[in-house]
Design a protein around this ligand. Sequence first.
Ligand SMILES: Nc1ncnc2c1ncn2[C@@H]1O[C@H](COP(=O)(O)OP(=O)(O)OP(=O)(O)O)[C@@H](O)[C@H]1O
Ligand SMILES: [Mg+2]
Length: 374
Amino acid sequence: MAFLNRFFSRGSQSFVGIDFGSYELKAVQFTMTPRGPQLEHVYKIATPANALKDGVVVDPPLVGEALRQLIAEGAISARRTVSAVAGPSVVVRQVSMPHMNERELRESTKYEAERFLPYSVDEAQIDAKILGTAEDGQSMDVLIVAAQKDLVMSQVSALQFAGLTPAVIEVEPFSMVRAMLTPDSPQYEQNIAIINIGAASTSINVTKGGFVPFTRNVPIGGNGMTKAIATGLNVSVDEAEKMKREKAAILSQRDDQPVAPTVTRIFNVITPPLTELVTEIHKSLDYFRTRFRGETIEAVLLGGGTARLTNLDAYLSHELGLPVSVANPLEISGYNPADFPADYLKEIGPSLIVAAGLGRRDLVPEAGRVAVTA
Ligand SMILES: Nc1ncnc2c1ncn2[C@@H]1O[C@H](COP(=O)(O)OP(=O)(O)OP(=O)(O)O)[C@@H](O)[C@H]1O
Ligand SMILES: [Mg+2]
């Protein structure tokens, strides 16, 4: 339960960001240059089937073996890792507490966390950071992050099986913010929704000024659409996955172009899971607006592999009444076009929204830096 800033003497050591996705394991490594972080290595491989459940690595040796392959094939040179936990057990809360020093805070945090954690504090890995004096001038604002110990330890175990050294395990929302927004970004001081639509789950976050006042994880993602195609069109899951990538599109009544019958059939079968997802996004953003009265959400950044579903951005923009853009976190950081063609980065970028932020952790300044590792 310690702040891990001390690990980070800027640029003197290399870290690799590892995202434990249930669909793909991803690695991103940057190098520090006088112009800022520059992309050095990026790679991803399929996650072994059923090896991850709700973010927990249920088979650490198997995932460790896959991580070893990820590092070798991706020519990753760093051995120290930054990874993140996500899912229903991960809690991020800003609370008001009386003034105290960091040591006293660590003790008090336990009692504070007891009030809102959906599991016992003994099972929790908790960390806290003082953000500053609260508006009343008396107390201080404190950011508390917590995750279930089992979840954290399962990642540590898989990384160690792969011969890697887990330097930091943080919580996913912060990685995404770091991947997409820096203090000099025009959107940094606005409320921006960052939505990561993966395979098994979707994470919905609202960020402003480097902080994440709202985060929520729902167990809906690309898997549901693949299953709907497999069942609806009576094809295997592998075939459904291929069809989704090649032919799936969200059709609009305003569009009067002729559409192939398969495209229409796919659209019809993915509509129910898609609608369910949009309902959850709506609910989350409405909750944010109610909870933080007077705050308006200005735009949506869409990450995760499912962000590449054709027309999803336009559809969500129409549904939410907000500008929506597909995230390309790799383009934001510098890269050498001779090493990485722009088209390739655009294609893989959205799914690397977490890994890219993890890889940048020691290279960019930020406000709310907290980790949950021991
Ligand atoms: N071109 C595409 N069109 C539609 N869906 C796509 C496309 N490319 C990838 N996907 C989907 O994106 C999902 C994988 O996204 P991602 O890599 O972000 O997931 P993950 O991080 O491994 O999973 P999770 O975060 O849910 O554990 C899969 O469901 C895959 O089918
Ligand atoms: Mg993911």
